[in-house]
Design a protein around this ligand. Structure first.
Ligand code: 5CA
Length: 420
């Protein structure tokens, strides 16, 4: 991709209403643009990151047998009246009328619809377990949308729904998802710690949040000092709670073992038994021909929020530092002197060779050296190949590691070999 043709409206200005690093950097790097309070357009740089993240999520869901669907964003109110949540959801739900004056809503979550799809088709315990998920837009009319896409009104969520024949089977599914989430976040390049949580509006009695540690996080976490070294299996029971649940009187560990940090909730999983299957009459017949109400759970990842959380956890004063697995491009080529024939020739040669194997952004714009270097650090692609007129005389280009700042000199052939 040539930067001169790439739609990334970068800016030096710090937007007045942006208070935290991720919001500032997402606006400055031209990833998002606001269209109404808490509602954003996603521009090419951001979409590339979203797609990297969704690919990892889909691969990990696939691995545990969850299957991708698209539920609908517009749902009939009737489904929610059946579950009893239509009134309870209150003002956070965006309610819509169609031309026939029918009541609809824009989905804030899809438990009801998943249950409806299940009951239409699965009539016997033999058709279970079922695990469906989607990655789709949601709308919640938050009282206080803030921090950009961190707490938006329209946001992208991965939401999954499981149907099991017994409590034991549902617990096993929950455990499987729990471990799969740890793996998913690890692959994305972040550390998300699981904490025991309140089920809130989704309901139920077993729930974990996945939190990325960051000073700007809205949640306060209390957890066991040993947590960072616990195995995936131990993590399910290692002490970690949010402030809503923290009670010094019942905490099973001593004060010296306790850590307190701020976190960003990027995932939330729930077991809630028959909370939806019973009122919605979604039953199957068991082996004796008796009614069996599926034991359900739902499993969310805030995909759009995750991007902001990654930036909160990985940036410096100059800009974003993308983990390699989700970076919008693998490498960027900075031709510092577009008017120098040798620079243009070498940059083109390196670009042609490396872009066969890697995603490359070639900055071929006619702008100042300072602007080019600043934009590269702002956008945060993991590797920068810097081509300047002095060094190129001796056949030398520089490779800069965005994260460490380390620069190494290489020949044109060496740099090509490094990436292909
Ligand atoms: N149905 C369940 C799980 S599928 C559910 O809706 N869970 S949730 O309410 O906890 O949302 C899942 C995740 O979406 C949260 O962990 C959070 O990361 C993200 N999320 C929730 N509200 C917002 C919001 N207003 N803006 C951005 N992300 C959000």
């Amino acid at each position: 991709m040539l930067f001169s043709q790439f739609f990334a409206p970068t800016s030096k200005d710090i937007p007045a209403d942006a208070k935290i690093a991720s919001h500032i950097l997402m606006l400055r790097s031209g990833m998002i643009t606001q269209t109404a309070s808490g509602i954003y357009c996603w521009l090419p740089l951001a979409v590339r990151v979203l797609e990297k993240i969704t690919k990892i999520i889909c691969e990990e869901q696939d691995r545990i047998g969850a299957q991708k669907v698209y539920f609908t964003t517009i749902q009939p109110a009737d489904l929610w009246i059946e579950s009893g949540r239509y009134e309870a959801y209150g003002k956070e739900m965006l309610r819509i009328k169609d031309r026939k004056d029918g009541d609809f809503l824009y989905s804030p979550t899809n438990e009801e619809q998943a249950t409806d799809v299940f009951r239409k088709y699965v009539k016997s315990y033999r058709g279970m377990p079922v695990m469906l998920y989607q990655i789709h837009w949601k709308f919640r009319d938050e009282i206080r949308p803030r921090f950009g896409v961190m707490r938006g009104r329209e946001f992208l969520m991965k939401d999954g729904y499981s149907f099991d024949i017994s409590f034991e089977a549902a617990k096993e599914t929950y455990r499987k998802i729990f471990k799969s989430y740890l793996r998913t976040f690890r692959r994305i390049g972040v550390t998300a710690i699981p904490v025991q949580a309140d089920p809130g509006a989704i309901g139920g009695n077993m729930s974990h949040e996945f939190q990325i540690l960051a000073e700007t996080g809205e949640s306060t976490l209390y957890y066991d000092r040993k947590l960072p070294t616990a195995s995936d299996e131990e993590l399910m029971t290692t002490f970690a709670v949010t402030d809503e649940r923290y009670d010094p009187k019942t905490t099973p560990i001593s004060e010296s073992e306790l850590m307190i940090s701020k976190g960003i909730e990027v995932g939330h999983i729930f077991y809630f038994g028959t909370k939806y299957s019973k009122p919605m009459n979604a039953f199957v017949l068991d082996e004796n021909g008796e009614k069996l109400y599926p034991e359900m759970g739902s499993y969310g990842i805030g995909v759009s929020r995750l991007i902001a959380a990654i930036i909160e956890a990985s940036h410096d004063t100059r800009g974003i530092i993308w983990p390699e697995a989700v970076a919008p491009f693998d490498v960027t080529i900075l031709n510092l002197h577009m008017k120098n024939k040798k620079c243009v020739e070498i940059a083109q040669k390196i670009y042609d060779a490396i872009s066969l194997r890697k995603e490359v952004l070639y900055d071929d714009r006619f702008i100042s050296v300072g602007e080019k270097l600043a934009d590269a650090d702002l956008i945060g692609i993991p590797y920068q190949i810097i081509i300047g007129q002095k060094k190129i005389e001796n056949g030398i280009v520089e490779l800069k590691n965005r994260k460490t700042g380390e620069i190494v000199e290489m020949s044109c052939e060496q740099i090509i070999a490094r990436f292909v």
